[in-house]
Design a protein around this ligand. Structure first.
Ligand code: WT7
Length: 635
């Protein structure tokens, strides 16, 4: 690695403000280099020190990390803290309340879709609700190792449920509440969930989404496709009522089946606020989260307890330089990995105070984000380039109405950030005071893998800069040869870090084929990457059949198959097209069956079909008639 030094006009460096460096955990670049070296040369010493902050019912027996990354030498595996026993929920809640005396500290400021709806939840309140929910799940028959599907909007109950699962050793599988009933069904069946937790619905801006109805449709589809695995459905029944201030007459209708549905508000009051945590093995599963796969079928990425705890807590602490008086806000949805790692687990493991936001950036007005930052005096703000590009369109004026002087660090995630958006974020939002941490990572990596540290790393707009501790990246050419110095090729990692995924749920073969087969000995990210003369890493985008729309990966094969499911379509091909706000969008070519006519109505029908099959995020932007599609010989 080269220490950043030389400065060229085209890649001007932005140095950390001195004020930030004073109390920072990693105050300068040399300190980063030293710690990085230690993490690579003495991983046992490095990670044991991190682990000493947490509670272990039993200590580990061997090396902190044990692994095989080489398919030619046997099965791929990663083990972290082998032999240890612990509990994630205990570490993020009980430990803070009991050992650190943080019971009265606010864990979350929940801010609803409407500015009138908000509530503060302290660490001890959170612990109480989580224990109640754990007791409810146990009463409903959930046992250690069982999978629990969660289809909830961004309400506190989502956090309660995921932590309740973690407490009793159940494996949560959260499905983003913008996914369709078909996508939900597919995910429930793949991991054979025994319980579904959902809500009556949610307002997204002005629009009411009846989640319970979508959930019911998903369960119907599960029954049609296979023997139903979900026995009971726990429903936050009165979210709408709560936010409508008790006006029952206005409450949207929630479909209800007394044989299967359990009302959250009813049962939570009937159980105890105490629940003993289940002591789990370090490598017991914590959760499954689905991510798009190039074959079209989503992959159930499996993360395990101890490694994920160490990695999300440490990345959160260093990348956002967490300090006790911070108010941190990540605008992602918990339905994605960003929310799992950097709304729930990472911040709570650090005893942080966060904003939990149900709303959207443009409702009830386009200054909503800035309003929330002012309201809670947010110090660390983490969002996606797509949101920045959206808000840039409205100019500076909506921002100037609010006091954003509390901000100290800005973060981005999900997709490469274009220089224009970076400069707007840095100059207009951060007033040139706040470093922008461009964090590169994946559902699979569990936490940040390439990222600046805000007080230590000189920034280059658009570069995710350098590896985090324990991460050992390299760039390969098509023949699998490692490239040194300035180079461009496949971004891969030589060894695991604690937070890396352990397998594709129920499909170890797919795990090995997807990530390890192409270049034996390396984890392959699927991203292209360039290393510049100063050693900075620049992600150049996916090099597989994935398209990144608004920071969400979509598989071209999955969209193609939902197009060809339509009776008029013989064949379909989906490609990426640049989009001013979303970064990339879907451009679809369809070849129609004989005698079918291509017209506006059909285009609308096809767009609706993809939307219904996958979810609104997959709605195609363009559909073009293609009487013949080019093919390559594959024989
Ligand atoms: C893919 C992973 C990580 C949480 C959200 C997405 C792209 C992610 C960056 C970044 C350039 C990025 C990559 C990656 N990506 N962060 N900072 N710069 N590209 O998680 O859905 O698993 O997608 O998102 O292509 O492989 P995901």
């Amino acid at each position: 690695m080269v220490v950043p030094g030389s400065q060229h006009a085209e890649d001007k460096m932005y140095h950390p403000p001195e004020g930030l460096q004073k109390d920072a955990h990693v105050p300068d670049f040399n300190c980063y280099l030293e710690l990085y070296k230690k993490s690579i040369e003495e991983p046992d010493v490095f990670w044991k020190e991190v682990a000493s902050d947490f509670y272990w019912k039993k200590p580990p027996t061997g090396h902190v990390l044990q692994y095989n990354f080489d398919v030619t030498k046997g099965n791929i595996y990663v083990k972290c803290m082998e032999g240890a026993k612990t509990n994630m929920c205990y570490n993020v809640l009980d430990r803070n309340v009991k050992d650190k005396n943080l019971g009265e500290r606010v864990a979350f400021y929940w801010e609803g879709n409407s500015p009138d709806h908000h509530v503060a939840i302290t660490y001890s309140q959170l612990l109480g609700q989580v224990c109640r929910c754990a007791n409810v799940l146990k009463q409903m028959g959930v046992r250690k190792g069982d999978r629990v599907a969660i289809y909830l909007p961004m309400i506190p109950e989502l956090v309660y449920t995921m932590l309740a699962c973690a407490r009793i050793g159940a494996v949560h599988s959260i499905v983003f509440a913008g996914f369709s009933s078909e996508s939900l069904c597919e995910r429930i069946l793949d991991s054979q969930c025994s319980i579904l937790v959902t809500a009556d619905g949610v307002y997204r801006g002005e629009k009411w989404i009846n989640l319970k109805q979508i959930a019911d449709e998903a369960l119907e589809k599960c029954k049609e496709k296979a023997s139903a695995t979900v026995k009971r459905c726990l429903v936050v029944k009165h979210h709408a009522l709560r936010i409508k201030s008790g006006d029952v007459s206005n409450e949207p209708q929630t479909p209800w089946d007394a044989a299967c549905d359990v009302c959250w508000e009813e049962v939570m009051g009937q159980v105890s606020e105490q629940c003993e945590p289940e002591w789990l093995d370090a490598e017991d599963p914590l959760f499954i989260l689905y991510t798009s796969g190039s074959t079209g079928k989503p992959k159930g990425v499996l993360h395990t307890v101890a490694g994920y705890l160490l990695y999300t807590s440490l990345t959160f602490k260093y990348v956002f330089d967490h300090q006790p008086d911070d108010v941190y806000w990540c605008t992602a949805d918990i339905g994605w990995i960003t929310g799992h790692s950097y709304i729930t687990y990472g911040p709570l493991a650090n005893g942080a105070t966060s904003v939990l936001f149900e709303g959207i950036p443009v409702h009830p007005h386009v200054g909503r984000f800035w309003e929330v930052i002012e309201k809670y005096r947010v110090t660390k703000f983490y969002t996606a380039p797509t949101a920045i590009r959206l808000l840039m369109k409205y100019g500076k004026e909506p921002l100037q109405k609010y006091d954003l002087s509390s901000l100290r660090i800005l973060g981005t995630v999900g997709e490469p950030i274009n220089p224009e958006a970076w400069h707007w974020y840095y100059e207009v939002v951060g007033q040139k005071r706040c470093p922008v941490v461009d964090t590169f990572w994946q559902t699979e990596t569990g936490g940040h893998v390439l990222t600046p540290l805000p007080a230590a790393t000189p920034l280059k707009p658009g570069s995710a800069t350098f590896p985090f501790f324990g991460v050992d990246p390299t760039i390969l050419n098509e023949h699998g040869e490692e490239l040194e110095g300035e180079a461009e090729g496949y971004l891969v990692f030589r060894r695991p870090w604690p937070g890396i995924m352990r397998t594709v749920y129920g499909n170890q073969e797919r795990f090995e084929n997807t990530y390890f087969k192409k270049f034996p000995g390396f984890y392959v990210t699927g991203d292209g990457c360039r290393r510049d003369k100063d050693g900075y890493y620049w992600i150049t985008g996916r090099i597989d059949d994935m398209i990144n729309v608004s920071g969400h990966l979509l598989s071209t094969a999955e969209v193609e198959s939902s197009l060809t499911d339509h009776g008029a379509v013989a064949e379909a091909a989906v490609v990426s097209r640049p989009h001013a706000v979303k970064g990339e969008c879907l451009y679809c070519f369809v070849t129609l069956k004989d005698c079918r006519e291509f017209n506006r109505t059909l285009v609308d029908e096809l767009k609706r079909q993809v939307r219904e099959k996958i979810g609104p995020i997959a709605t195609p932007d363009f559909i073009q008639n293609a009487p013949g599609l080019p093919k390559t010989r594959s024989d």
